[in-house]
Design a protein. Structure first.
Length: 255
């Protein structure tokens, strides 16, 4: 395939967009590297040098004409795990590897996949089921589950409203756990028959970065040590902020 230098820079820009979207959706580092390498080869690159960590993507494409293009993308913040988006991006990459799409079409496909999905109703339903289910699973009764369900709705509301303002996940987890902890402790003070620990367990499960921590361990085991350690430290900070918020609420109000 023959591309002009401008077209190659545009192509590489789209590949970086795809890699960034994969990272924000919660994909593993080696998946991002493998996807970009395969797509670059499908578009005619003789050699692909791809380096990905959770905060940066560096890609160099080398072509038979001895032309090389390099771009770097800084990844800021962390996105929520979105398996539907990962599946859509994987499907797009497979289609490109079988039959490379024109660069303009690839850009349109990425823009379509990147559109925000208005699925908050399902998120509320999932959070309600998870919080109530975990509260009962860990020994709570029906009333504990109902209180956990109520505060699961509060958590979803905070994620929807405060999450757009507070982009730092550590600060958001601290504030969210503090607000929810105050609420749960206050309800338990009014109704002493409720079980504080079971309600907190049910609701904290909605905020614990379990998938991020699992991906961090996986990255370390497959050799992506830098990315794994960065993701692991980030996950531990998130979890620590949650613990501090709930502990502060318990110490200040009691239960």
């Amino acid at each position: 395939m023959a591309y002009t230098e401008k077209e190659l820079h545009l192509l590489l820009h789209q590949l970086l967009d795809l890699g960034e979207m994969l990272l924000y959706a919660g994909a593993e580092v080696n998946r991002v590297e493998d996807t970009l390498t395969r797509m670059g080869a499908a578009y005619g690159a003789r050699k692909m040098n791809v380096f990905v960590i959770t905060s940066s993507i560096v890609v160099t494409m080398s072509f038979a004409s001895e032309l090389e293009v390099t771009q770097t993308r800084r990844i800021v913040g962390a996105g929520a795990t979105d398996f539907a988006k990962i599946e859509a991006l994987n499907d797009l990459s497979r289609r490109c590897c079988q039959d490379p799409l024109p660069v303009e079409v690839l850009a349109q496909e990425l823009e379509r996949i990147g559109q925000p999905v208005r699925g908050w109703v399902w998120r509320y339903i999932g959070s309600v089921l998870a919080a109530g289910g975990f509260a009962v699973f860990f020994g709570g009764n029906g009333w504990d589950a109902l209180v956990a369900i109520f505060f699961a709705v509060v958590i979803c509301f905070l994620q929807r409203s405060l999450g757009e303002i507070c982009l730092n996940t550590v600060i958001f987890n601290l504030l969210c756990s503090l607000v929810v902890g105050f609420g749960i402790c206050g309800v338990v003070r009014i109704f002493p028959a409720l079980h504080l620990d079971k309600i907190i367990i049910g609701d904290i499960m909605l905020l614990i970065p379990g998938i991020a921590m699992t991906n961090a361990i996986r990255d370390i085991l497959v050799g992506d040590t830098i990315s794994g350690l960065m993701r692991l430290i980030e996950s531990l900070l998130w979890a620590g902020a949650l613990a501090c918020g709930f502990m502060a609420a318990i110490w200040l109000i009691g239960g």
